[in-house]
Design a binder for this molecule. Structure first.
Ligand code: SF4
Length: 228
């Protein structure tokens, strides 16, 4: 019989890797590169240690944005990687439109708790009209942790939220747990290194960095970022 996966040993490895990765990086390109390495390593570990038959049951994919109505928390290096990606891939006009969408979403959702946001069903500003995530390649860790095995049940459950309360959806829990570990250990590494480790709302963190890319200097110097 196969031994169960040792999640605490994995957490220890991720802790050391994250501390070493995040101990350097003084600009957006470097911090984005380090986040890229962390996510590549996570995807590699999922493929290596996950049960392939379970992984093949994960049904999340392009065109399904059913769960993209939830509050998403990001750590600053994740927000840096997303804003860096957008600044390189999007035209000035597209960035202007995106900033307007982010601002509108923020005005509607900033003070809502998770249940209230779910009830509102306001889609993420990064979800396009076809249900695709426009930042898929750099999407937050917590978005990667949502791993439904049945998209219909996501749609049905979220539609029923006003009646039933919190939705229950079948997920690949191995993948969720691994990515949750990576997120927590990354936050722990930032704290250990004296960097801003407080989670922020995805829309507010990315909007702030798009509006003022120089704000990254505060993060590098160990200051707290003025982001809600
Ligand atoms: S970042 Fe992408 S995957 Fe995450 S909630 Fe927004 S659209 Fe969905």
């Amino acid at each position: 019989m196969q031994n169960p996966f040792d999640f605490s040993n994995y957490a220890c490895q991720v802790r050391n890797f994250s501390r070493s990765l995040m101990s350097s990086g003084s600009n957006a390109a470097e911090i984005s590169g380090r986040m890229h390495l962390l996510t590549i390593a996570t995807e590699r570990d999922l493929a290596r240690f996950g049960d392939s038959s379970e992984i093949s049951r994960v049904a999340c994919g392009p065109g399904c944005g059913a769960c993209c109505v939830l509050n998403v928390a990001v750590l600053i290096p994740e927000a840096v990687a997303i804003s860096w990606f957008l600044q390189r891939r999007f035209s000035t006009e597209q960035l202007g439109e995106l900033k307007t969408s982010l601002q509108e979403l923020l005005s509607r959702t900033l003070w809502l708790d998770d249940d209230e946001r779910l009830f509102l069903r306001a889609p993420c500003a990064f979800l396009d009209d076809l249900g695709n995530c426009i930042i898929h390649i750099v999407r937050p860790l917590l978005c990667r942790a949502i791993t439904s095995t049945d998209p219909k049940s996501c749609h049905d459950q979220i539609a029923m939220v006003p009646l039933n309360g919190a939705p229950i959806v079948e997920m690949n829990l191995f993948q969720k747990r691994m990515i949750d570990i990576v997120y927590c250990e990354l936050a722990g590494a930032l704290e250990f290194l004296g960097l801003d480790c407080r989670p922020r709302r995805l829309s507010s963190a990315v909007l702030a960095l798009l509006a003022d890319p120089e704000m990254i200097d505060l993060y590098v110097s160990g200051e707290k970022m003025p982001i809600h």
